[in-house]
Design a protein. Structure first.
Length: 447
């Protein structure tokens, strides 16, 4: 008989304590009420930690909710990574099912779906791109091949031109963008990688290059290529560190010409995506560390062309980073406030818009983002996948826990979501570099 689970969740919202009791089994999907009267957690209750996470819990964080810098001390509290315990399993909302699509991988990171439905993902540590194929929406892939290898910490993947018949697979290494000739169904690159952008700044942790992930995306009309490059430092504390063309979104033509800086002051946009209707560029951003448990929130936002988002001198509007007292007063009123603030130090990584037809209607058009998990916080945040509701192309400002359960009752961590992709059948695929697994989430239609 499967072991039953009884969990008690205590949430404090606006001074009111809410206790939700959840009964079920590890294999049965669970859902916890998302705040009082099915509402949204706000104020201090929205900041929370992993013990308040569960599928369906909603949060809305505003600038007014945030403490002053150093209200709590800055801590180094990296997770203890453990093997998945017996009976532990990711939790998703009622009606959804989680399957282990593929495990035994090596550092699976960003994941993208090819137009023909094949699943491409980066194994960044070993420097390769893999391609998976599952016949007729099968629960496990029947094809698993290395598409390209010998790469330098690859992360971003994109197919070009847009549409059903791409001719290239673009890959963002940590120091360059390369492209491989490709036709639908190819399991191996047709030729050597052609270097399109040879001089991305940095070079990754292996060479002391700060934030190393580079994502890329093409505009809806296919005329522009966006590349995200994170900062070298936390807050540019060392003036000898080179931050040129870093903490920026870079723009190129698809052949690598026409370079310009599209937006600035974005500390580390690990994931970028183009909204499929509006064509707006969105980013999923890791903000700075060192100011306490609840500063500075990570965020997901639409990016304004030419916009400045504050790093390193300001954060979330005209809030001066105390490590740069009085710096650049001329920029104070130019700092844009992001659309959706997330729990601080969650490490928001890849994001994707749900364009499938399998999930219920309320999910269509939403954004999903992987939260890799915190280290600079007394009580952990992240280690989950969240959903950002979007109406008419505009985020509502709140977000909802969608996939949780990667932290043990003792506070250890067995899974760390990195990438999210929508399969051709409408399933959601999630890479997890903690358990080296790809998970598949499907919706089980009610009879």
């Amino acid at each position: 008989m499967r072991k039953r689970l009884i969990a008690i969740l205590v949430l404090t919202v606006a001074g009111v304590t809410l206790t939700a009791i959840v009964k079920g089994t590890h294999s049965r999907q669970q859902r916890i009420a998302n705040g009082p009267a099915g509402g949204t957690l706000t104020g201090q209750g929205a900041l929370g930690d992993w013990t308040t996470d569960a599928p369906g819990v909603r949060r809305r964080i505003t600038v007014a909710d945030l403490p002053k810098p150093y209200a709590t001390r800055s801590v180094d509290n990296g997770p203890k990574l453990v093997k998945r315990p017996l009976n532990a399993w990711p939790q998703v909302p009622a009606g959804f099912k989680v399957e282990e699509f593929l495990t035994g991988l090596e550092n699976p990171r960003l994941i993208r779906t090819a137009p023909n439905g094949d699943i491409f993902f980066a194994e960044s540590g070993p420097g390769r791109i893999r391609v998976l194929r599952a016949a007729n929406g099968a629960g496990r892939p029947d094809v698993n091949e290395v598409f390209a290898s010998g790469l330098n910490q690859p992360f971003g993947i994109a197919f070009y031109p847009l549409g059903p018949d791409p001719q290239f697979v673009y890959v963002a290494n940590t120091d360059a963008v390369v492209r491989f000739p490709y036709r639908n169904g190819d399991l191996k690159a047709r030729g050597e990688g052609e270097v399109i952008v040879p001089d991305l700044p940095g070079g990754g942790h292996l060479r002391g290059g700060g934030h190393w992930t580079r994502d890329l995306a093409f505009s809806l009309n296919g005329k522009k290529m966006f590349v995200s490059v994170g900062s070298h430092s936390n807050v540019y504390e060392d003036p000898n560190e080179n931050e040129e063309r870093r903490a920026d979104i870079l723009e190129y033509n698809p052949d690598g010409t026409g370079f310009r800086i599209y937006a600035t002051g974005i500390r580390n946009a690990v994931g970028i995506a183009i909204h499929p209707q509006t064509g707006e560029l969105w980013v999923s951003v890791n903000e700075r560390d060192g100011l306490g448990d609840d500063l500075v929130p990570d965020y997901i936002t639409r990016v304004k062309e030419g916009g400045f988002y504050g790093w390193p001198w300001f954060y979330l509007g005209p809030n001066q980073d105390p490590r740069h007292p009085g710096a650049h007063p001329e920029l104070r009123n130019k700092v844009l406030i992001p659309d959706v603030l997330l729990q601080s130090h969650s490490a928001s990584l890849e994001m994707v818009f749900y364009t499938g037809r399998q999930f219920p209607r309320e999910y269509v058009g939403s954004a999903f983002a992987a939260q890799h998990g915190s280290w600079n916080r007394t009580r952990r945040t992240g280690y989950k996948v969240i959903r950002i509701p979007v109406r008419n192309g505009i985020p509502t400002g709140e977000y909802e826990d969608f996939m949780t359960g990667f932290v043990t009752p003792q506070g250890d961590v067995w899974g760390r979501p990195v990438g999210v992709a929508v399969g051709k059948d409408g399933s959601l695929f999630v890479t997890d570099d903690g358990s080296n697994t790809i998970w598949r989430i499907s919706y089980q239609k009610r009879k």
